[in-house]
Design a protein around this ligand. Structure first.
Ligand code: NDP
Length: 258
């Protein structure tokens, strides 16, 4: 398939950034983790955490919508269903999640975080939207709904969505109960792993890429996994260091394995 120069460049950008991240992490080079529990307030330019989430995630929703509806292929029923799946996640991330978060008193986010995140989110919104509306001729027929790729992908998307949202909600509830500190999460998939929210997120994007049968989708899923697997390992170590009674049998992100 002949992809445009812009599409190829964005695909290479996301892929190379993911591989570079994996290499840096494997070499244990000191990449500063710029938000949340691993950040020690060392960055000077900071913004409110809720605003940071909105600025960072909005480009994914906007770029995706723009490219889906301005591309050369018509928005058929499979395209609309994929559009709804994408926006179910991103509209939640922009309009609901930041306002559910219980922010630690006085906590802000380094400005570089939404800056970098917004570029990545824009690239992924563009890549996925452009793929669907320009190259995905397989989505032009309603027969796509009956293919194993669509059925399995949609199942994974819904499964990942539920795991992610339930796990995020557990953390929000923990913070509500104990407003200025961290506690050990229990229940749901926390029985088996420290970061079910990250596992759910990875499953969401594997599911989406499968349902859309999309090179853009799988590149995005790869980037998400590259980022979140390492962060889950860091969170897991952090829990062990901080809580002497942390459940020993719990893994970081893949039950019984990692
Ligand atoms: P975290 O688990 O680090 O934090 C989520 C929220 O819960 C924060 O407000 C955090 O507080 C609070 N929190 C975390 N652990 C505890 C605890 N043990 N006790 C009390 N409060 C706690 O998640 P992220 O911010 O990294 O991610 C949030 C969502 O965004 C997830 O669903 C994740 O999958 C998604 N995400 C997706 C990415 C992608 O590549 N697609 C990249 C990053 C995130 P505090 O801020 O004070 O630490």
């Amino acid at each position: 398939m002949d992809y445009s120069i812009a599409f190829t460049a964005a695909l290479i950008f996301v892929f190379v950034a993911s591989v570079a991240w994996i290499i840096l992490k494997l070499l244990r080079l000191n990449v500063p983790v710029v938000y949340g529990r691993h950040e020690a307030g060392q960055f000077r330019f900071r913004i409110p955490t809720r605003l940071s989430w909105v600025l960072m995630e909005a480009p994914a929703a906007l770029f995706f919508a723009w490219f889906v509806f301005t591309g050369p292929l018509p928005a058929t029923a499979p395209v609309i269903v994929l559009f709804i799946m994408w926006q179910l996640h991103y509209c939640h991330r922009v309009f609901i999640y930041p306002f559910q978060l219980q922010i630690r008193p006085g906590s802000t986010t380094p400005a570089r975080m939404p800056l970098f995140g917004a570029v990545i989110c824009a690239a992924c919104g563009y890549l996925n939207g452009d793929f669907i509306s320009r190259y995905a001729t397989h989505l032009q027929s309603n027969d796509w709904f009956y293919t194993p790729a669509f059925i399995i992908g949609t199942f994974l998307f819904v499964l990942g969505y539920i795991i992610n949202k339930v796990a995020d909600r557990t953390l929000i509830q923990l913070r509500k109960n104990n407003s200025d500190t961290y506690s050990i999460p229990f229940g749901g998939a926390y029985r088996w792993i420290s970061c079910p929210n990250y596992l759910g997120e990875i499953i969401i994007w594997i599911g989406f890429s499968c349902a859309a049968w999309s090179i853009a989708g799988i590149t995005f899923a790869f980037m998400t996994a590259a980022n979140l697997i390492f962060r889950a390992i860091e969170n897991h170590r952090w829990y062990h260091d901080r809580f002497a009674d942390y459940p020993q049998e719990r893994k970081a992100i893949i039950p019984f394995i990692l």
